[in-house]
Design a protein around this ligand. Structure first.
Ligand code: ZN
Length: 159
C-alpha cells in the first residue's frame, strides 16, 4: 500500500516534468552540445550546455534540451538539467555515474539531490532504463568532449 502510494507520487512527478519541463530550450552561449538518441524507444534529445568561464572555467551555468520522447526520457533530462546547475564538471560526471548506478538499483542520491530519486522506480523496468539514462549519457558526452560545438549549434538567436 505504502509502496503503491510512493509509486503514484513518483509517476506524478515524472508526468509533471514531462508536461511542464523547466529546462527546455537552448543554452546560450553554447559551450558544449550533444545529441542523444535511444532507438529502442525513439527518444531524441539535443543537449546544450553553458559553462561559467570567468572562474575556473569548469562550472555548469545552464543545461537545456530540445527533442521529443517518452515521459521518462523527457522527465529524466529535465530533472538532470536542474540538478547539475552550478555543479563543477567533475561533480556532474559523478552524478552521471551515480544515476547509472541507481538505474541498476545500486545507489541513490543524498538528501540535497533527493529529487533525482523519483527516477529510482525505473530500475524495475529494464526496457525503460535507456530512456532514463539518455539525457545523462548525453551530458557525459558533452562534458567530456573537448571539441567546440559544431557551427550549427552556435547561435545567438533567441530560443
Ligand atoms: Zn523512452
Amino acid at each position: 500500500m505504502a509502496l503503491g502510494n510512493l509509486r503514484d507520487l513518483y509517476q506524478q512527478v515524472i508526468l509533471e516534468h514531462y508536461k511542464k519541463p523547466q529546462h527546455r530550450g537552448v543554452a546560450v552561449p553554447t559551450h558544449r552540445s550533444q545529441r542523444g538518441h535511444n532507438p529502442s524507444c525513439g527518444d531524441t534529445i539535443e543537449l546544450t550546455v553553458t559553462l561559467e568561464l570567468d572562474g575556473a572555467g569548469d562550472r555548469i551555468e545552464a543545461v537545456k534540451f530540445e527533442g521529443e520522447g517518452c515521459a521518462i526520457s523527457m522527465a529524466s533530462v529535465d530533472l538532470m538539467a536542474g540538478a547539475v546547475r552550478g555543479k563543477t564538471i567533475a561533480e556532474a560526471l559523478e552524478m552521471v555515474q551515480r544515476f547509472q548506478q541507481m538505474m541498476k538499483g545500486e545507489a541513490e542520491f543524498p538528501k540535497e539531490q533527493k529529487k533525482l530519486n523519483v527516477m529510482q522506480g525505473v530500475a524495475q523496468f529494464p526496457v525503460r532504463i535507456k530512456c532514463a539514462n539518455l539525457g545523462w549519457h548525453a551530458l557525459r558526452a558533452a562534458l567530456e568532449s573537448v571539441e567546440p560545438p559544431a557551427a550549427g549549434f552556435i547561435s545567438n538567436e533567441d530560443e
